[in-house]
Write a protein that binds this ligand. Structure first.
Ligand code: BG6
Ligand code: MG
Length: 213
C-alpha cells in the first residue's frame, strides 16, 4: 500500500465530542461569579490551550489581581462545574460521522490516536465508550507544554512509532493547527480552525477526511 499517511491523530474536544460547549458553559459560570466579562470571542482563544493558560486569558478582563493560590482554586472550581457537565456525556455526544470515520480509517489500515490538551481525556473517552479504542492517547496528563507547542502531537506520534511526516492531525482550534505544523505534521481543519491558512485540508464534516487518506 502506497499511502501518504500512516496515522491520524485527533484532537478530542470539538473534534470527536461536543465537550467544547461544556468548557464554554463552565468558564461562563466562573466568569459570571467573579464579575469578569466573557464572551464567544474570548472563548475562541481558549480552544486547545491548557486549563491554567485558559484562566490567564479570562483574567485579562478581571478588575482585580489574583494570587497563584486563588488562581489554582478558580481553575479547580471551573473543572468541578465542567466535570459535573461531563456526567451527562454519553455515546450520542460524539460529533456526527465520528464512529463511521474511525472505523473506515481502521479498515484502511491507519493507526489512530488522540492528541488533546485535556487532563479529562480518560474520563471523556470512558463516557463516550471509546476507552481503549485508540492505538495511542496523548493528553494533558503527559505533557508540560500545551498547544500551540507540538509536544502532545509528538508524544502521540512516538507512542505510535510513526514519523511526524506520516501523521495527519485533525483539529478544530487554531492553537492545535499551529502545534501540528510545528511538529512537522499535516493538518485537516474542522469547525473554527477552517479559517486557518496553515491547514492542509478543510473539512465540513469529519467524514470528509476520508477523501484525503
Ligand atoms: C482542550 C480544550 O482540549 O483542553 C481547552 O480545547 C481546554 O479548551 C483544555 O482548556 C484543557 O482541558 P481540561 O479538561 O484539562 O481542563
Ligand atoms: Mg479542540
Amino acid at each position: 500500500m502506497n499511502k501518504r499517511y500512516q496515522a491520524v491523530i485527533f484532537d478530542l474536544d470539538g473534534v470527536i465530542v461536543s465537550t467544547d460547549h461544556y468548557h464554554f458553559l463552565a468558564w461562563s459560570k466562573l466568569a459570571e461569579q467573579e464579575g469578569i466579562e466573557f464572551n464567544e470571542q474570548i472563548n475562541h482563544r481558549l480552544r486547545g490551550v491548557s486549563r491554567m493558560e485558559s484562566l490567564e486569558i479570562i483574567l485579562e478582563k478581571a478588575k482585580k489581581s489574583y494570587t497563584q493560590d486563588e488562581k489554582r482554586k478558580l481553575a479547580e472550581r471551573k473543572n468541578e462545574v465542567y466535570r459535573s457537565l461531563l456526567g451527562q456525556l454519553n455515546e450520542n455526544d460524539m460529533l456526527p460521522g465520528v464512529p463511521e470515520t474511525l472505523s473506515a480509517l481502521r479498515e484502511r489500515g491507519y493507526q489512530i490516536a488522540i492528541g488533546s490538551s485535556s487532563k479529562n481525556t480518560p474520563v471523556i473517552l470512558e463516557r463516550i465508550g471509546l476507552s481503549g479504542y485508540f492505538d495511542a492517547v496523548a493528553d494533558g496528563n503527559g505533557i508540560v507544554h500545551s498547544k500551540p507547542d507540538p509536544e502532545v502531537f509528538l508524544l502521540a506520534a512516538s507512542q505510535l512509532g510513526v514519523p511526524s511526516a506520516a501523521c495527519l492531525v485533525v483539529e478544530d482550534a487554531e492553537a492545535g493547527v499551529i502545534a501540528a505544523k510545528r511538529g512537522g505534521m499535516a493538518v485537516a481543519a474542522i469547525g473554527e480552525a477552517r479559517s486557518c491558512k496553515e491547514a492542509n485540508y478543510s473539512l465540513e464534516t469529519i467524514a470528509d477526511l476520508l477523501q484525503y487518506v
